[in-house]
Design a protein around this ligand. Structure first.
Ligand SMILES: [Zn+2]
Ligand SMILES: [Zn+2]
Length: 390
């Protein structure tokens, strides 16, 4: 146990604590009561969903993938929208949010340096870290020089409170007044929207580090979870995100739910976003296969594997070893191909046929790795999982 968890609890952050507690209390009492007694207008429902989505995407595409990770560049008009509706989500200024988040990635699971370390439990990583002035959550902008150089980020940080008040109180009341449903719009599009957006985002720091699979990496607690991805506009593919945080995508398969990626990508078609960063497919396949070998090895290293005789275990070990050899050979071929390609492009403009040939070979390597991943999946399925002790 680290010192920070043993030491006396730091003072409560009353502003945050009261804000979270009252908005949550209103959302679970007054909001349903008002709905039963008075009913909500269509306008209230429409703006509830519009603001929920606007806040959600401003956090995921703006605060997270644009400002915290710099995975793409965006036109000032897009940044302006993300800045306003991100402030409305009431998760602090871009500068504070993104510098905290960069520390979370850099020191993930380190109880003293990760502001919302999942190793300190569900409650702490979900919301507890904001309720007290913890040492691990101390404001530190030293990793945010690029953010401080951005006038829009500086403006939002300086005028954060007025922007928050105008968007959270002014917007819903003005719309409600115009629609003749002042309290209805305020409760749904103001309060309920805020509380849902808060907890959906907080799930990424808590549940996405507890519940789900680890297909790419198990050096930290981050998990891939399609249920959370649905609630968080694609951010639930958190295991992928922690290993490839320079990628503008969080989900890489076409069938995985990542509307934030779709938004960033479609904005690029009309010139509003550019320089979208992507990790090469071979690198992603390599990470997945490396995890499979790690799992297979750990399963076969057990002293006794119930349901398997020693010769069967030896035969499986032999097969895994052969697969590993072929994996290493494919990787060596990939690095040779890449070196050749870089040398070629450095010397002179690459010929078109050379480029085509490079792409064909790269595609072939990716295909081989993908086939090997399928074989490994079948192989791992033949090793019975450990039985709980009787
Ligand atoms: Zn991140
Ligand atoms: Zn995380």
């Amino acid at each position: 146990m680290s010192d920070s968890t043993v030491a006396a609890k730091p003072p409560v952050n009353w502003v945050t604590a009261i804000l979270f507690a009252t908005t949550f209390a209103v959302a679970v009492t007054v909001v349903p009561w008002y709905g039963i007694v008075h009913g909500y207008s269509a306008t209230a429902w429409v703006f509830f969903f519009v603001f929920l989505a606007a806040n959600g995407f401003s956090i995921t595409a703006g605060y997270h993938r644009l400002w915290a990770h710099r995975t793409y560049e965006a036109h000032w008009s897009v940044r302006l929208v993300f800045m306003i509706f991100g402030a409305m989500a009431l998760q602090n200024s871009i500068l504070i949010w993104a510098t905290d988040h960069r520390r979370h990635h850099r020191f993930v699971d380190d109880n003293d340096a990760d502001p919302y370390s999942a190793k300190r439990g569900f409650w702490f990583s979900h919301i507890g870290w904001m309720l007290r002035f913890y040492e691990s959550g101390k404001q530190d902008f030293s990793n945010g020089k690029d953010l401080q150089a951005d006038p829009l980020v500086r403006f939002q940080h300086r005028f954060y409170v007025p922007i928050v008040l105008v968007t959270n109180v002014g917007f819903p009341l003005a719309i409600g007044w115009m629609a003749g449903d002042l309290w209805g719009v305020f409760l749904l599009a103001g309060v309920l929207r805020l509380v849902l957006n808060h907890h959906f985002t907080f799930f990424i720091n808590s549940l996405a580090h507890i519940w789900g699979t680890q297909p790419y990496n198990d050096n930290n607690t981050a998990r891939d979870n399609p249920v959370l991805a649905f609630l968080t506009y694609g951010e639930g593919y958190h295991n992928f995100h922690h290993i490839f945080d320079r990628d503008y995508r969080n989900a890489v398969r076409w069938w995985q739910w990542d509307p934030t990626k779709w938004l960033i990508c479609s904005l690029s078609w009309v010139g509003l976003t550019r320089k979208l960063q992507k990790v090469p497919d071979v690198t992603i396949e390599r990470a997945r296969l490396a995890m499979q070998f790690k799992r297979a090895q750990a399963a076969l290293d057990r002293k006794r594997i119930r349901g398997l005789q020693l010769p069967q275990v030896d035969a499986l070990r032999e097969r895994v070893a052969r697969e590993y050899e072929s994996f290493q050979a494919t990787l060596a071929e990939w690095s040779r191909l890449r070196d050749e390609w870089y040398a070629n492009t450095r010397q002179r403009m690459a010929q078109r046929w050379e480029e085509a040939s490079f792409r064909t070979q790269a595609r072939e390597i990716r295909y081989r790795l993908r086939m090997q991943r399928r074989r490994m999946r079948l192989l791992i399925a033949q090793i019975p999982s450990p039985q709980p002790a009787a």
